[in-house]
Design a protein around this ligand. Structure first.
Ligand code: MG
Length: 202
């Protein structure tokens, strides 16, 4: 198993579309960035790359390269997934937190969850999307994203195995324990010497 963590922030600017987790969200402002400014997908890209120690988003898609101007951030996530698979891992689950004053994420959370799950090829039940407002942080005009991902070795269903083990019926467990106990040799009783005798010798 591997764990990965990613973080990103972008500033709101008028007149550009807002995209979060690959989903267009109707709002008067969007996130300024060299690409489409999708903080959630950028943090996810870094989490995926970090989990396999493959560098960061800037190393693959430098903002100085005009090729990535206005790019759909889905491209970055797809490249990171490629690196994850190449390293012999697959995504087990992810959790994320968005921190922004506006707009409210709640009404769009399900759509974002489904989009991200589809992008990663996992179930929406393995994608956590949470949002908070930046109380006392003074970052009212920015969107911040934190993402953690868990990877499994390909062909090694780590979590599923644990769940399967937990589902072994109790009678089977009891039978195995009884068999193991049968094989343990009985302890040979030691002769107990009277305390008086020992005390006298000492
Ligand atoms: Mg970014």
């Amino acid at each position: 198993m591997r764990i990965g963590y990613g973080w990103d922030s972008h500033e709101f600017k008028r007149g550009i579309p807002l995209k979060l987790g690959g989903v267009h969200i109707p709002y008067g402002k969007g996130l300024a960035g060299h690409s489409d400014g999708d903080v959630l997908l950028h943090a996810l890209t870094d989490a995926l790359l970090g989990a396999v120690a493959a560098g960061d988003i800037g190393a693959y898609f430098p903002p100085s390269d005009p090729k990535w101007k206005g790019a759909d951030s889905v491209v970055f996530v797809r490249e990171a997934i490629k690196r994850v698979h190449k390293a012999g891992y697959s995504v087990a689950n992810l959790d994320s937190t968005l921190i922004l004053q506006e707009p409210k994420i709640g009404p769009h959370a399900k759509k974002i969850q489904e989009r991200v799950a589809k992008l990663l090829g996992i179930s929406p039940s393995c994608v956590g999307i949470k949002a908070k407002t930046p109380e006392g942080m003074g970052t009212g005009n920015a969107a911040i994203a934190h993402v953690v991902v868990l990877l499994n070795r390909q062909g090694h269903a780590g979590l599923q195995t644990l769940e399967a083990e937990a589902e072994v019926p109790q009678p089977v467990v009891d039978e195995v324990v009884a068999k193991v106990l049968e094989e343990v040799p009985e302890e040979t009783p030691r002769r107990i010497r009277p305390l008086k005798g020992r005390a006298r010798r000492e």
